[in-house]
Design a protein around this ligand. Structure first.
Ligand SMILES: [Zn+2]
Length: 422
């Protein structure tokens, strides 16, 4: 599906800001949108029948192939879950496991309205192949770890991953993805930052997820996590920091000054009981770019970003004690990437020249149709309201139907069984 050339696509009668408009897509971008737009000969035409059209979402942090571990040992404490369940199996993963796990993740993302995601996982070229076959877009990096030594080996692996990712098409962007400041040595962090800068690649890392991480960083380096990363030269305009639960105001101001992006993953924070969530009002005050992520299916376990959008908004209201702290339209902008340009989300509003990444929502959904659409999408909807998903001008789901979905679900389950996950 994803390897077909982008079709010329016309969507007629879609509702945007209360008006029925037409949208034409050519070469993966929006060629025209408005009241007087009509299909041209040769266009694949969809009659939206008055269904709302909204930008697609961008999942700013995940480990897509971990769909294979969904529902597996999730009630264990974090370190036991990793040591007893996840790490032994990850040692046995092969390319086909990662490919089908990622195809399963992509099917779920297409179904729930995500067009693009930021991934950190083993065998990144297999992830990239799955993303291309699914027709989505992704920024992908293989994780780096050297807490137990193995720095030279990790550098060699990173270079091989970069090389392999560079052979993929335009839907794939490459990142360096050191796991975290506690699992990666200072030397390897600096090296990864230098390679990312030299090659113009993104830099994707977990930061300030647990309070322990902050305490350990203060003990080891005499500074908080964001200040430590900045001293190593790793806070830049192409840096994505996943979590940021324990960032203080000074760290958020530093992140904003450097132009880095923070991605909050509220459901994973709740499931792993880290005791908090990104202080979004402080991040906004500082002017930091913020996006929304699910994290991997091992710690969420869903990839439905519309569902996590509600949790994001509720967590911010609850922790601030202020129900006015995050308007629904702004929460939706965070999920679509409009408040973090680096993430590469769809344009808000959709305009000619923007990537043709958008959704048609179910016009007959009981969750929509009354009241403010943004409010309905944040508080009443889930990804189940998505009817049609268009990415780069290709229709990846229409009327809730995804080509090959049954095969993808079966093949992923087969790979999970092969790995001993029942
Ligand atoms: Zn993560």
């Amino acid at each position: 599906m994803g390897t077909d050339p982008p079709a010329r696509l016309a969507i007629m009668g879609a509702l945007v800001d209360g008006e029925a408009v037409g949208v034409r897509c050519e070469d993966g971008t929006i060629a025209a949108i408005g009241l007087d737009v009509a299909p041209l000969p040769g266009d694949e035409t969809i009659d939206a029948g008055g269904a709302p059209l909204v930008p697609a979402l961008v999942n700013g942090h995940t480990h897509a192939a971990m769909t294979l571990f969904r529902g597996y040992g999730g009630d264990l404490p974090l370190m036991r879950w990793l040591r007893e369940k996840i790490w032994p199996i990850e040692e046995r993963l092969d390319d086909e496991d990662v490919y089908w796990g990622t195809r399963l993740a992509c099917a779920e993302m297409i179904r729930t309205g995500t067009a693009r995601f930021w991934d950190m996982y083993w065998r990144p070229s297999a992830t990239a192949r799955a993303v291309e076959d699914a027709g989505l877009r992704a920024t992908i990096g293989g994780p780096l770890f050297d807490a137990d030594g193995g720095t030279a080996e990790m550098r060699a692996q990173a270079l091989r991953d970069i090389e392999a990712l560079s052979e993929h098409g335009p839907a794939i962007d490459t990142a360096l993805a050191p796991h975290s400041i506690y699992a990666v040595s200072e030397g390897l962090l600096r090296w990864a930052g230098e390679r990312a800068a030299e090659l113009g690649l993104a830099f994707h890392i977990h930061l300030s997820e647990t309070e322990q991480e902050v305490t350990d960083c203060l003990d080891a380096h005499g500074e908080r996590p964001a200040a430590y990363l900045d001293r190593l030269g790793l806070l830049g305009e192409r840096t994505v920091l996943a979590h940021g639960v324990w960032l203080d105001q000074a760290e958020l101001e530093l992140i904003a000054a450097r132009g880095s992006t923070v991605v909050t993953n509220p459901v994973a924070n709740l499931k792993l009981a880290v005791g908090g969530t990104l202080p979004y009002p402080a991040a906004r005050r500082a002017g930091a770019a913020v996006g929304l992520g699910t994290d991997g299916a091992g710690s969420n376990d869903s990839l439905d970003l519309f569902s996590d959008l509600k949790t994001f908004a509720l967590m911010q209201r609850h922790t601030s004690g202020d129900p006015t702290v995050l308007p629904a339209a702004e929460a939706l902008e965070v999920a679509s990437g409009a408040r973090a340009p680096l993430l590469g989300g769809g344009a808000t509003p959709l305009t000619p020249g923007a990537p043709a990444d958008f959704l048609l929502l179910r016009g007959d959904s009981p969750a929509l149709g009354i009241g403010d659409l943004a409010s309905d999408l944040v508080y009443a909807a889930s990804g189940a309201v998505v009817d049609t998903t268009v990415v780069a001008g290709r229709v990846l789901m229409r009327g809730g139907e995804i080509e090959d979905e049954a095969e993808i679900v079966a093949r992923a389950a087969e790979r999970a069984r092969r790995l001993g996950i029942e």
